[in-house]
Design a protein around this ligand. Structure first.
Ligand SMILES: NC(=O)c1ccc[n+]([C@@H]2O[C@H](COP(=O)([O-])OP(=O)(O)OC[C@H]3O[C@@H](n4cnc5c(N)ncnc54)[C@H](OP(=O)(O)O)[C@@H]3O)[C@@H](O)[C@H]2O)c1
Length: 335
């Protein structure tokens, strides 16, 4: 058996930089495959902001923290290199939760492993317009925020993987969309490349004041961030608006509980519905979402920018890029 490099979580990170102080790149001989296991030669790793919480010691998240000394886990895309399961034959292109490793070893049912559609010309789209971020955007915009044609939808972290898809799905459902993102390049991407109606640079503009120029207010808010951005949006919501709490990336780098919105009063004053959602709860409905996402992708109606880094040794650089907001679109690592 040949060796396999992987990332191990040694200690809890402090903040969103210097991840090399918390994780180390290790090498081990590959163990023999156990019954029910599948080995995947990983081709791409998905960098997902939510995984930052798994590195923290908090026990009140949506899943238990990763024990120190474990291999870091995330979504992987690659080809089956060895198998004990006929549903995942050698050579099949698969996606699921595996290790940040050159060869990931998973139990399919626990990993949510799926054989992906080999006819997709750019396989990266299995992490893009056909991936978990797209399902999240679709469920969040269509069902949780329940946006209707003609309404205003606001999206935070709007130029990231989940946010850029939420913006586009909102447009495709007939909404007017305002995206909130960090920096002029991201705002240009949002208005010029994916064609939303308005973009606000929260690093240089007064978000609350700019949202206040939208007549009638925001009907639906897809929030990826929490914190001050949520506080700026709540007083600008229309009466009976819906807030889909998708993520709270502004607070993932603290190990303490994230405080609630300072403008909580606006939930009552504006009769808002606020609902958190977690996409693994919807995984079994993937077959229902995929045809629509595939149709939009094939028709050129969904644009996915990729922020791609090469090499397993550069995973932490890619991860930090995402959590410090240097990315436009989906952050992935090509192995
Ligand atoms: N509920 C679910 O099931 C589910 C599933 C997938 C993702 N999510 C959530 O979706 C959000 C986006 O995740 P992603 O993986 O798609 O990452 P992403 O949006 O591609 O990248 C993260 C983005 O977050 C923004 N950000 C980071 N720190 C921030 C801060 N302090 N204040 C404001 N913005 C900040 C940065 O954009 P700016 O430069 O614009 O700040 C950065 O580009 C996360 O909150 C994640 O937990 C939830």
């Amino acid at each position: 058996m040949t060796g396999c490099r992987y990332w191990r979580l040694d200690r809890h990170p402090d903040g969103n930089t210097h991840f090399e102080r918390a994780l180390s790149l290790c090498d081990e001989a590959q163990a023999e495959l156990q019954p029910d296991e599948v080995r995947i030669a990983v081709q791409w790793l998905s960098m997902d902001a939510g995984t930052r919480m798994w590195m923290s010691p908090r026990t009140d998240g949506y899943q238990p923290p990763l024990p120190l000394g474990s291999k870091m886990v995330g979504l992987v895309l690659g080809r089956v290199s060895e198998t004990t399961d006929p549903a995942f034959p050698v050579g099949a292109m698969v996606r699921g939760f595996g290790q940040w490793a050159e060869q990931a070893v998973v139990v399919p049912a626990l990993a949510g492993l799926e054989v992906v559609d080999g006819s997709v010309s750019d396989p990266r789209q299995h992490f893009g317009a056909l991936g978990m971020n797209a399902w999240t955007a679709y469920v969040g915009v269509k069902e949780v925020a329940a946006v209707k044609a003609g309404e205003w939808l606001a999206v935070s972290a709007a130029a990231g993987a989940t946010g850029s898809l939420a913006c586009q799905i909102g447009r495709l459902l007939g909404a007017k969309v305002v995206g909130i993102a960090g920096g002029p390049d991201k705002c240009r991407f949002l208005t010029d490349e994916i064609g939303i109606d308005m973009a606000i640079d929260y690093r240089s503009e007064d978000v609350e004041a700019r949202l206040g120029t939208i007549e009638g207010g925001i009907n639906a808010f897809f929030d990826n961030v929490g914190g001050p951005i949520l506080d700026a949006v709540l007083p600008n919501m229309a009466h009976y608006g819906r807030v889909a709490i998708c993520g709270m990336v502004a607070g993932y780098d603290t190990d303490a509980p994230m405080p609630g919105p300072a403008r909580f009063d606006q939930i009552l004053m504006r009769r808002l519905r606020v609902e958190g959602f977690f996409i693994p709860d919807f995984l079994e409905r993937g077959a229902e979402f995929m045809p629509q996402l595939r149709e939009w992708l094939d028709a050129g109606k969904l644009t996915m920018a990729f922020d791609e880094t090469q090499g397993i040794e550069n995973v932490l650089t890619a991860y930090e890029r995402m959590l410090t907001g240097k990315n436009i679109g989906k952050v992935i690592v090509k192995l």
